[in-house]
Design a protein around this ligand. Sequence first.
Ligand code: SF4
Length: 619
Amino acid sequence: MRGRNAVSLAVNPCKMCMPMGSSTAMYGIRGCMTILHGSQGCSTYIRRHMATHYNEPVDIGSSSLTEHGTVMGGEGNLVKGLDNMIRLYGPEAVAVATTCLAETIGEDVPRILRDYASERPGLGVTLIPISSSGYSGTHFEGYFKALRSVVEAVAMDGAPNGRINVVVGPASPADVRFLKSLMKQMGVDAILLPDISDNLDAGHEDEYDRLPRKGTSIDDVKKMAGSSKTIEISTFVPEELSPAAYLKERYGVPFVRLNLPAGLRDADALVSELEGCGGRMTEEIAGQRSRLLDAMVDSHKHNADGRAAVFGEPDFVYAVVRLMTENGITPAISATGSRSKAFTRTVSAEIEGVGSMKAGTKPLVFDDADFLAIEEAIADAGVDVMVGSSDGRRIEDRHGIPLVRAAFPIHDRIGGQRVRMLGYDGCLSLLDRITNSLIAKVETTFRKDLYRRYYQWEDGPASGPDMALGAVGAPDEACRDGNTCVSSGPPSSSAPAGACLKKSLVAAASKSGMLIDTHFGHADDLYIYEVWPGGMRFKEHRSVGSGDGSCCGMGRERLPPGRIAALVRAVEDCDAVLAMRMGESPTMKLGAMGIRCITASGRIEDEVRKMSKEMEDHR
Ligand code: SF4
């Protein structure tokens, strides 16, 4: 599936632009200001997004290129902007991030900054050029481009210092604060790059200080070359943007890459890595782990039927998908706006790992996504909950699917800076939010769903406004009269099979849960689907005990007593059965009950979808 619609047009792209990511990362460097080299609107747009998400004032400069600068070159504007910023703010570092306009006209920012510094001996300000045209990537790549530029621009001190580096991918200030506190608890002396925790989630001050006074100091960045190891918390950071890869290549600092620690496995991996760096497990951390395990057990019964859509930055989506697969939620749609084949490969492999446990519409994973494609996929796949940024709110409104706001940007709620998902307790907090959304969805919709399923027909109730259980009869009775129709809808002897009903039930005999790969008589497992014209949905799995040594009922093999009867009982409410082969005896029994017997051997979903298509064609 393509991540966007068929024409060269993104409708509500599922991403933010690159300099937004760069500006966010630079807010984690102490005493650092950012100038965006380009038109003024870029800076306004980015400040507005950051200010409403983090609920903090955000200062970002702009070189304010006009028509003249665009045609004749913007160096003059940039130099003037640097002069003003250094005079007004007194920063320790200034990052100059390019925008679409500056990159398109080919501004050589590294050269401009070199000249600027050499013409001002004793400047005492670290200048950091960042190439971040909005069209060449997303917020995610912009974030890492900035971090890579920081370690490349700062004059490093390679003297061994006994510390470790921790490079943090995009995370909320509260989660970064958690990482700092985890390392402190474990007694690990780490240099965190970047540390946005206090600058983008500051306490109240009587007077506003325009300069970010907290965060990773330039002195600490210098020392990263002398650390004993780098832990880079990101799955999908491209090699050429990775600060850890640069420190390894240039200064020989070994590194390890970890996923965002948002589930049990990944939180364990981080703790174990810190232990390997000399950290010690504490009772408090063990208690948090134990409470998470307990919460997973408590919530599993609510999550087991849940189908979710996750969208956002690639690391975020992968972390949430892993949290879901640990907790029995099916990630039906996983989408990122970044272009990343590694993302589709890795997320698909994670979901595939649980594919045999849960059948249903095939989970979709796509990169380079826009919200139009995500919405279409969600409408098709039957999703109960969405997890992502507040940009999914229109889908929430239109489809009534609850949205757990857990990723940047969150504009329509307060507290984006305090969202937690990392570590045992952060993961528990996100899991609770997802589970509660699933519970709320069930609680608020189950009456309507039951009414639709059993009593509301395609063209409205047959007996008019008074339609009720008494008027229509019990669902089974009503449907038995209607050819292949069982679960709901008006009986109609003249309609083609399945065409008269809103929904039918289909049973597929399968060993793998993915393919129709067994004879009916051998089937231990039956996968039941609801099918309606143009749609389908996995309903449930039914186990029929062991079929070993039995046969398909062809007449010449011996069957364990009661085997066929048990299978027939298991599908008696269905309209059709799909199996690789079926013997005469079950075929006759099912036929007498009005149940179609269909032999097939492909993927379950493909065959079921064919039936749904047939129903639609017959409408
Ligand atoms: S996409 Fe380009 S023009 Fe638009 S805000 Fe980002 S950098 Fe500026």
